[in-house]
Design a protein around this ligand. Structure first.
Ligand code: BGC
Length: 807
């Protein structure tokens, strides 16, 4: 082991305590060993360091930091250099705030548009997700900070996120849900990774040897530390045995005692414990050394400008009928919409940043050559009707030549801890839009939303510029595009289906049972729509520009594909050339197209460039569930270059030699998967895909430690059912107010064990066992366990603290 000397000096108690957090953000320190604590902070698009009371739900204030556009936004840039620049700025801010581990980027796959955290994730496509995540990781780590890609893995639903089991076949796991992480680890060289809350095929991510050892460390060569999501440790001993190094946030010393007991009874070997401690020691020592070179501060204005550039490169122009955009200088414009005054620029939850400065359209527009006839909020963002406000907006719209309508998803729709229940924007915003177009047909829609929405109203807008959640400098970025100072170059990193019912997982998402069944397999996002020929509103990879591009002269050989890209319009601009592969009549079922490369190319008006996209180890591979490894199907492969998945401009083929592996599927038995029509996969076929029986995920019987608090609906004890009712009412009330109450949401979805894991040693697992006993109707037995557990826990905590407080 690398730190043999230190390991020798550490007592067993110190080692055991070291593997879980001291408080919400820090590890234990042991000054007599020269071992300080390290500090973790969210997050993905800005540093959220809490100097005061810590919480992990974005509730208490954090130090000011640049709020960059969220991952869902920057993914639309398809620009790895930009990702690296943002990452590096994040790393610099983290370092200057004495943060050692930055908890991000988040790269879970957008299995459904309804996942509440989609705004924090990159894409529905693993390749794009992975490349963008790797670029952030490189940037962050360049500043001596560890990036922590999250949430590893298959965590695509917020509902009961801490108490659910993702059931999927190995091929889907590898190709869709792990490939992004693989790229972040292998190419980004991530030095830490965060395990997700959920189980994967019945085993919690944090104690999943297949995931953490076989895949992460053995196959991918990961040499960093594994950190649990906050409260994601189920059985700490199993976690350590699987190679999870740090249980967060602060389970108190109960977790440490579990380790001691396990060593004593032989269920955990000293070698296993030491290996875990050694890796964490290495991280703490490296990070402490790196922190000595920390910058004293960062240039707020430079980072603000970078946030603006990121927003500009990421905004997607969805529609521009008659070339209404860019706006001509001096245009007579009315600005309508609450978001113009109070922008929606980030989501809620642990990623919530306290920005150094926040631009608004209302204030920023003064600097542009536009004749502004007025600015009006138009609608209430909580969805309430307001006739007076509406009338004012319509009067204003009638006075202008062009209306810029600022609208989109409200705060309640996009938050950690809850999934959306539909894909619509609030009805009052739509009604106002439909009324505006009656008095002024020149409507430019300026959308803010971190996830895909339905757009049955799109005909009301002549142009739609989608800024996503564009961070603190989003307002000027959007105005720069609207006025033509910047040519839009963002392309959608996710599909916009016409309606929710069209989405591949809509029958299985979110799962209301214990198990989330990934019946749609690899057909996620465009892989489904494109293969099954389902019409969509806007396809993956789509976006307009103020100029035009032409593709020509394609040539492919075994190393890659080359073509010529020309800017044939009248202004400079950037195009995102996308490379997809497919195979007709293959023996292995697969999507019609899969993204395997891309390049964002900036071209001056009239300029041409030869573009080469090399093939890599992922271009032709598929996971074979029989041979249990990556294989290649030999034959004629389609090589497609497009401006979106639905706009292929060049096609050619290459002959690829295969690995001649046994075909793992029987086509006759798996017609849904061979056709891609996966919305209604029956049990028999899903069983074939899984290669075993479908695990029973129905609730029933007594509640257990791992059932969520909201399952107290089934409790035998009437008092527990009453608590459930009270919680449900509180949740409902906060939803009605239009702002999610993250505390309630967290408690609602938290399993019972979380009570011990999140209370800094106040509650032990024994006490929680007592609570569960009481909830199950054995009130007195449960209470006895809780009370005796309380005294035992307090006594043992004191004794343990004394043992690890050597100076
Ligand atoms: C979130 C993580 C976050 C952590 C710490 C958890 O609730 O899932 O993404 O990093 O809290 O705030």
């Amino acid at each position: 082991m690398k730190h043999q000397e230190l390991l020798k000096q550490m007592t067993l108690e110190e080692k055991a305590a070291f593997l879980s957090g001291k408080n919400v953000w820090q590890t234990w320190e042991f000054p007599h060993l020269g071992l300080p604590s390290i500090f973790c902070s969210d997050g993905p698009h800005g540093v959220r360091k809490q100097a005061g009371a810590g919480d992990h739900l974005g509730l208490n204030a954090s130090l000011p930091a640049t709020c960059f556009p969220t991952a869902a936004t920057v993914a639309n840039s398809w620009d790895e250099d930009l990702g690296e620049a943002v990452g590096s700025a994040l790393g610099e801010e983290a370092a200057s705030q004495e943060v050692n581990v930055l908890l991000g980027p988040g790269l879970n796959i957008k299995r459904s548009p309804l996942c509440g955290r989609n705004f924090e994730y990159f894409s529905e496509d693993p390749y794009l997700s992975g490349k963008m995540a790797a670029s952030y990781v490189k940037g962050i780590q360049r500043k001596g900070i560890y990036a922590c890609p999250k949430h590893f893995a298959v965590n695509s639903q917020e509902l009961r996120r801490m108490a659910m089991n993702s059931v999927l076949d190995e091929r889907t796991l590898r190709e869709i849900y792990l490939t992004g992480f693989e790229i972040a680890v292998k190419e980004g060289k991530a030095k830490s990774i965060m395990t997700s809350y959920n189980e994967i095929n019945g085993v919690y991510a944090n104690e999943n040897k297949h995931l953490l050892q076989e895949i992460l460390r053995n196959e991918w060569g990961f040499d960093g530390i594994v950190i649990t999501d906050w409260g994601a440790s189920n059985d700490h001993v199993k976690g350590v045995a699987a190679g999870s190094n740090l249980e967060m946030p602060s389970p108190g010393l109960d977790s440490a005692r579990e380790i001691l007991r396990a060593v004593e009874n032989g269920s955990l070997t000293i070698d296993e414990l030491d290996a875990c401690v050694d890796e964490l020691l290495d991280a703490v020592l490296t990070l402490t050394e790196n922190a000595k070179k920390k910058p004293t501060g960062f240039k707020e204005s430079e980072h603000h400008n970078l946030a603006r550039r990121a927003a500009e490169e990421s905004a997607v122009l969805l529609k521009n009928d008659g070339g209404i955009l860019p706006l001509a200088p001096g245009s007579k414009v009315a600005i309508i919409g609450d978001f113009a005054v109070e922008p929606r620029y980030q989501g809620a939850g642990s990623s919530m940043v306290n920005p150094t400065y926040l631009e608004t359209i209302e204030k920023s527009v003064e600097k542009y050559d536009l004749d502004i006839v007025g600015i009006n909020r138009g609608y209430k963002r909580n969805g309430e009707e307001d006739a007076a406000l509406k009338k004012e907006a319509l009067d204003l719209a009638a006075m202008a030549d062009i209306v810029i309508y600022c609208f989109g998803l409200d705060e309640l729709s996009e938050s950690e801890g809850m999934d959306r229940t539909h894909m619509r924007i609030p009805q009052n915003q739509i009604e106002l839009l439909q009324a505006i177009v009656q008095v002024n047909s020149n409507v430019v829609g300026l959308l803010s939303a971190g996830a895909a929405i339905e757009m049955p109203w799109h005909y009301c807008c002549k142009a739609i510029l989608h800024g996503y959640l564009s961070g603190q400098a989003g307002a000027s970025a959007m105005l720069n595009i609207l006025t033509g100072k910047v040519n839009p170059s963002g392309r959608l990193a996710e599909t916009y289906p016409i309606k929710y019912e069209d989405t591949p997982a809509f029958r299985n998402f979110p799962s209301n049972q214990r198990n989330a069944e990934y019946r749609e397999s690899v057909y996620v996002g465009y892989r489904y729509y494109d293969t099954s020929k389902v019409r969509v509103q806007y396809p993956f990879g789509y976006g307009l520009s103020y100029t035009t591009f032409e593709y020509a002269d394609v040539h492919a050989d075994e190393n890659g594909v080359t073509f010529t890209l020309s800017n044939t319009g009248t202004c400079d601009g950037a195009e995102v050339a996308q490379f997809y592969v497919g195979m007709e009549n293959g023996k292995i079922f697969r999507p019609a197209k899969e993204l395997k490369g891309f390049k964002k190319v900036f071209l001056k008006a009239g300029e041409s460039q030869t573009v080469t996209i090399p093939f890599d180890d992922k271009t032709f591979r598929y996971w074979n569930v029989k041979t249990n490894r990556w294989e290649v199907e030999g034959g004629t492969w389609q090589i497609m270059i497009g401006a979106s998945v639905a706009d292929i401009r060049l096609r050619t083929t290459v002959e690829i030699a295969g690995t001649e592996a046994v075909i793992p599927y029987n086509k006759e038995e798996m017609s849904s998967y061979y056709s891609g029509l996966v919305q209604q996969v029956e049990d028999e076929e899903f069983k074939k895909l899984l290669g075993h029986e479908i695990p029973d995920g129905k609730w029933g019987g007594e509640l257990g430690m791992n059932d969520a608090i909201c399952q107290m609906y089934y409790a035998k004890n009437p008092a527990a059912r009453l608590i459930y009712k009270i919680l449900t009412n509180l949740k409902k009330k906060s939803e009605e107010k239009g702002k999610p109450d993250l505390n309630i949401l967290f408690i609602y979805n938290m399993p019972f064990r979380g009570i011990a894991k999140m209370t800094n040693g106040m509650v032990s697992m024994d006490m929680v066992r007592g609570m569960v006993t009481a909830v199950n109707g054995h009130f007195f037995r449960g209470m006895k366990q809780i009370i005796s557990g309380f005294f035992k826990n307090s006594k043992e905590n004191k004794a343990y603290t004394a043992k690890i407080s050597r100076k």
